[in-house]
Design a protein around this ligand. Structure first.
Ligand code: SF4
Ligand code: SF4
Length: 345
C-alpha cells in the first residue's frame, strides 16, 4: 500500500498515530550546536510534520531513543531499592537505513551477549517499530554502501519526504487504518547505491597480521592528534559501552538513584583496573582498540557483520577532524604492507 500526502494530510496522520505511539524523529534544536549560532539535530518526540528534519543527517543517532545517554535504572534508600519503571506506549521510530541496521548490531550486544539479556534495552526495544526514512544520499562522511548497511527491510512504514509532503509505503497492516481515505500511489523506497566516500575494509583474518598491526607506527599519530574526548563514541550509531553513577538526592547519602551513563573507550581510564593498571594508556592504543573492535573483534564474536554502519557521525563530531573512513583505509594499507613484508621473509 502506498500513499502520497500533503503536509496537512501528514499532520493529520501524525496526530492520529500519536494517540497510539510515541513518535520519534530527528528534530532541530536551534542554537544548541557545537559552534555559536549553530543548531543541533537529534532525536526527540515530534508533534508536527514540520518538526521532522529529513533533509540532513541527524548529528546524533537514533539509538538514543532506545538507550538514552543517561537513564535511572533503580532508586534506593537505606535498606531497599526499586527498579525504574518503563513506559508502556509503543514507539514509532523514524530512521535512515544505517540507523536501523545499527539496531541489529546493538541487539546482538544487549540481547545476545553470552546468554545475558539486558532488561533496560529489551523493555524499550520491544516497543519499537521503524519507519525508514528514504535517504537522500547522505553527506561527505557517509560510507554505508561500503559497510552493506544502505538497505533494510526492517520497517513498518517507508517515507520519502519533500518540501510539499511525504510519500508512504505501509508494510505493516497495523498501520493501514491511519491512512484510510488518503490519496494512494505506488511508492516503494529506493536505497542509496553509491556514496561519495568509499572504505576498504581490512582483511584481518590472519592472527600474525593482527599482531603485527598492533605495533604498526600508524597508531602513534593519534597520540598527538586525538584528545581522548569520547565525542566519537557518543555519536556512534552502534557503540554500547556504559558505566553507572549514583545521584544522591539530598543530605542523606543513602537515598538516591543509580543511573546508567554512556561511557567511552576513548577516554583515559576507561579500562583502569585495581592497582591502577591500564591496558591502553595512550590515545593511539585506545584508537587501535576502537577501530579493531569495530572492524574485526565484533564480527569475530557475533559472526555476521562489522560493528560499523558507515554513518560517519564520529567523523562529523570529532573536534580534531579525525576521520574514521581515512583511518580504516589507512589500516587496510598497513595490512597490505604487513602482508607483503611477511611474504618477502
Ligand atoms: S564508527 Fe563512526 S561511521 Fe561507524 S557506526 Fe560508529 S559513528 Fe558511524
Ligand atoms: S577521535 Fe576525535 S572525537 Fe574521538 S576521542 Fe579522539 S578527538 Fe575525541
Amino acid at each position: 500500500m502506498g500513499f502520497s500526502l500533503t503536509a496537512a494530510q501528514a499532520d493529520a496522520v501524525l496526530s492520529a498515530l500519536k494517540q497510539d505511539y510515541r513518535v520519534y524523529a530527528p528534530k532541530r534544536f536551534p542554537k544548541q550546536g557545537r559552534y555559536s549560532d549553530t543548531d543541533v539535530v537529534k532525536y526527540a518526540e515530534v508533534d508536527r510534520f514540520a518538526d521532522i528534519v529529513w533533509d540532513v543527517k541527524s548529528d546524533y543517532p537514533a539509538k538514543e531513543v532506545i538507550t538514552p545517554i543517561q537513564q535511572a535504572i533503580f532508586y534506593f534508600t537505606e535498606d531497599e531499592y526499586r527498579a525504574s519503571k518503563a513506559k508502556e506506549k509503543p514507539i514509532l521510530l523514524l530512521a535512515r537505513p544505517c540507523d536501523i541496521n545499527a539496531q541489529q548490531i546493538q541487539a546482538k550486544i544487549y540481547a545476545g551477549n553470552g546468554g545475558y539479556e539486558d532488561l533496560y534495552y529489551k523493555r524499550v526495544r520491544d516497543l519499537v517499530k521503524f519507519a525508514v526514512m528514504e535517504c537522500n544520499g547522505g553527506d561527505d562522511t557517509c560510507f554505508c554502501v561500503s559497510m552493506g548497511s544502505n538497505k533494510t527491510d526492517d520497517y513498518a512504514l517507508a517515507l520519502k519526504f519533500s518540501p510539499d509532503g511525504v510519500q508512504v509505503q505501509v508494510t505493516d497492516d497495523a498501520f493501514a487504518r491511519y491512512f484510510e481515505g488518503m490519496p494512494e500511489t505506488g511508492y516503494t523506497p529506493a536505497f542509496v547505491e553509491e556514496n561519495q566516500l568509499k572504505v576498504t575494509v581490512p582483511d584481518l583474518e590472519d592472527k600474525a597480521v593482527r599482531l603485527a598491526l598492533k605495533s604498526h607506527p600508524m597508531w602513534k599519530e593519534f597520540n598527538s592528534r586525538c584528545i581522548s574526548c569520547g565525542a566519537c563514541t557518543v555519536a556512534c550509531s552502534t557503540c554500547t559501552c556504559f558505566t553507572t553513577r549514583d545521584v544522591i538526592y539530598g543530605d542523606n547519602p543513602e537515598v538516591g538513584e543509580r543511573r546508567r551513563v554512556t561511557a567511552s573507550c576513548q577516554i583515559a581510564g576507561f579500562d583502569q583496573m585495581a592497582g591502577q593498571k591500564e591496558f591502553r594508556s595512550t590515545a593511539g592504543d585506545r584508537m587501535r582498540y576502537k577501530v579493531l573492535h569495530k572492524f574485526h573483534d565484533y564480527k569475530a564474536r557475533f559472526g555476521d557483520r562489522h560493528m560499523c554502519v558507515g554513518c560517519g557521525r564520529c567523523t562529523h563530531r570529532c573536534p580534531e577532524l579525525i576521520s574514521i573512513s581515512a583511518t580504516v583505509n589507512k589500516v587496510s594499507a598497513a595490512v597490505e604492507e604487513i602482508k607483503a613484508s611477511m611474504a618477502n621473509q
